[in-house]
Ligand binder design. Structure first.
Ligand SMILES: [Zn+2]
Length: 107
């Protein structure tokens, strides 16, 4: 999901990390921070980071943004939906962090 962005470039290692983390966390949700560069309407995602003290359960995952240092390299979040539903939930949209959100769903 993107807002006001024309292009998102994601390194293959980021996709692999998101999928592996989702698999490891299954059947709970996993959540990761996406790091990279944002230049105007182009986002480049180059690495992932596990948010400190993140909470994972079967129906939600979250972290406290106030525990993060001031880090302008965080461009968004990625999390998994063990249910297989690819659409963002209302909670996802209300807790959007950064500029992009990636959802990995169970096949
Ligand atoms: Zn979600």
């Amino acid at each position: 999901m993107t807002i006001g962005i024309s292009q998102v470039l994601i390194m293959r290692s980021v996709i692999e990390s998101v999928l592996i983390y989702a698999k490891v966390c299954h059947p709970k949700e996993g959540i990761l921070l996406l790091r990279g560069k944002a230049k105007k309407d182009v986002i480049e995602v180059s690495e992932v980071m596990i948010p400190p003290l993140s909470v994972r359960s079967k129906s939600f995952s979250f972290f406290s943004a106030h525990l993060l240092p001031m880090d302008f390299s965080i461009v968004g979040i990625a999390h998994s939906h063990p249910s297989g539903i690819l659409a963002p939930s209302v909670e996802d949209l209300n807790n959007f962090y950064g500029r992009i959100m990636i959802i990995a769903a169970f096949p």
